[in-house]
Design a protein around this ligand. Structure first.
Ligand SMILES: [Zn+2]
Ligand SMILES: [Zn+2]
Length: 151
């Protein structure tokens, strides 16, 4: 269970190592992302902070996430419907693809699937990062539709 009262040293150290100010919001958000098994949306992060009794406002949360992404501590993933998802970066060299379920909206990490290297680029083009987000239905939603249930 996520406990905002005791941010572990790892999140604190990682923020301090970037020369950043160790604020409670940064600590709690990074810790939350590190503990989550799947990328979280702004709303999910906001709800988790509220549930943990951490006072915050939307602007602070957006800025905190932007800062974590700029520092390479978190990664932004394009979810559907113009909603970004965020996950902690454990290893900067490790990239993986994501799966967006178009039915329930969940974004799942596909740890075993790497975004393919870009080939056939026009000359003069240079890739800084590549993201692969697959769209479809997750196992739970797929089963639901096979059984003819309507969600
Ligand atoms: Zn689903
Ligand atoms: Zn992921």
């Amino acid at each position: 269970m996520f406990d905002a009262a005791i941010p572990p040293a790892s999140a604190r150290e990682r923020i301090a190592a970037r020369g950043g100010r160790v604020t409670r919001t940064r600590l709690v958000v990074l810790e939350l992302l590190q503990c989550s098994e799947h990328p979280l949306s702004h709303d999910e992060i906001g709800d988790a902070l509220a549930a943990a009794g951490v006072a915050h406002d939307r602007v602070t949360l957006y800025r905190t996430l932007d800062w974590l992404v700029e520092q390479g501590l978190a990664r932004r993933i394009a979810g559907g419907e113009r909603a970004w998802r965020f996950e902690a970066v454990r290893d900067a060299a490790h990239r993986h693809a994501h799966f967006h379920c178009d039915r329930c909206g969940q974004v799942v990490c596909l740890e075993g699937l790497e975004p393919a290297p870009a080939t056939g680029l026009p000359s003069g083009f240079h890739v800084d990062r590549a993201e692969l987000v697959l769209h479809g239905s997750c196992a739970a939603c797929g089963l639901g539709s096979e059984a003819g249930r309507v969600r």
